[in-house]
Design a protein around this ligand. Structure first.
Ligand code: B12
Length: 323
């Protein structure tokens, strides 16, 4: 059994657990994950038992669980969870290389997600931007989108819905993520790719980040991307597609406020452009209208993998036209 005598300042706790001092404070204040003793000057002092518990919390969150779900578990429950994770990892020893590297990406991402949420909670935009830029450099754009940006946005949505974060926190995180993803999209796509895809959201859809993620994914697949952002009328999207000679239009629909208006916009878009230009629509809102969209001749995708598949089949069609 570990010693519960308070002995270590926060710098030592950070060094021994691999968790930043900021994260230690957040885990304590928001989630009551540990309760270090306060010295006469108010400084936190951790025991060996606290440090052992923090290491367990680090291991179970790095495996993909959110701190909110595990912070209040007893130390013996956390130990059991880590043992189960280790056993599962050993059992999975024969898994394929691709799967292994994908898991490695999401393991590396879990602490980044927690750090980014902590920076958002402090409204510290420069810290948030710094950790996100480092994450893109380390993980690459695809893993950044799937393992970092999407989980952060989901968690921010949950915290916002539960009233634990305000619209100011959400705006700070959304605008930072949007700008970084859009910047990467332009950096990857700059001048490359023969085929053009136009990316936008329809009138009434103000959620732009899905479209930016779509643009960055298409750019990383070698497409030239014309990114128009959010909330555009069908007639303008069609005119831009014709002017840029786009071979595909990818639209993100996250929230449907007025179903008949959104469907009407997409119907108009389909009617205004040549049938040889593919329209691919995805996002949570698109899933709600899937049958209607298919009837209009619009392809529906649920994930960015579906987007890659759809763009690959457009490319195949371009190649067979050229042959
Ligand atoms: C940021 C945000 C906002 C910001 C957007 C800022 C911006 N510049 O984008 C602002 C403040 C404007 C906003 C407004 C609103 N929001 Co909002 N918002 C969010 C939040 C936190 C993140 C949205 C986001 O970008 N997600 C990231 C997306 C891209 O991830 P995803 O949806 O899982 O998409 C994945 C796939 O679907 C796929 N995909 C996405 N697009 C495409 C496209 C193609 C072609 C393909 C193949 C795949 C694909 O790839 C993604 C990555 O894996 C979500 C929370 C959440 N859980 O998402 C709420 C959320 C979407 N918002 C919500 C609501 C209710 C609203 C408002 C109505 C609030 C209000 N009362 O005003 C308004 C509506 C505005 C409007 N008319 O569009 C709800 C929607 C609930 C619902 N479905 O009924 C959510 C879920 C929050 C919640 N839990 O309540 N919001």
């Amino acid at each position: 059994m570990e010693d519960s005598t308070p002995r270590h300042p926060i710098a030592v706790a950070s060094e021994r657990t691999g968790l930043s001092q900021d994260l230690l404070r957040i885990w304590e204040r928001r989630y009551e994950a540990v309760e270090p003793t306060r010295g006469p000057g108010g400084h936190r002092t951790y025991s060996d038992a606290d440090i052992a518990r923090l290491r367990l919390l680090h291991a179970v969150t790095s495996a993909g669980r959110s701190i909110g779900r595990v912070a209040r578990l007893s130390t013996s429950e956390l130990t059991r969870m880590v043992e189960e994770d280790n056993a599962a990892r050993a059992e999975r020893g024969m898994a394929s290389g691709a799967r292994e590297s994908r898991d490695a990406g999401s393991h590396a991402a879990a602490p980044i997600v927690e750090m980014a949420l902590a920076s958002t909670a402090r409204l510290d935009a420069s810290d948030l931007e710094h950790s996100l830029r480092r994450a893109i450099a380390r993980l690459g754009i695809t893993s950044f989108i799937e393992d970092v940006a999407s989980p952060i946005l989901r968690r921010i949505g949950e915290e916002w819905h539960a009233g634990r974060l305000t619209i100011a926190h959400e705006h700070l995180a959304s605008s930072t993520i949007h700008d970084i993803v859009a910047e990467s999209m332009r950096a990857i796509g700059n001048g490359s790719g023969d085929a053009t895809v136009l990316v936008a959201t329809p009138t009434g859809e103000r959620h732009a980040i899905g479209a930016a993620l779509v643009g960055a994914t298409a750019a990383s697949e070698g497409w030239r991307v014309v990114y128009l952002g959010a909330d555009l009328p069908a007639s303008d999207i069609a005119a831009a597609a014709i002017a840029t000679n786009a071979r595909a239009i990818a639209m993100s629909v996250i929230y449907v406020q007025d179903r008949s208006r959104t469907l009407g916009e997409l119907r108009t878009l389909r009617a205004l452009i040549s049938p040889s230009i593919s329209i691919i629509v995805g996002g949570a809102g698109a899933a709600e209208m899937e049958d209607d969209l298919r009837q209009l001749g619009i392809r529906v995708g649920a994930s960015l993998r579906d987007l890659r598949d759809a763009l690959a089949s457009v490319n195949d069609a371009i190649d067979s036209d050229a042959a």
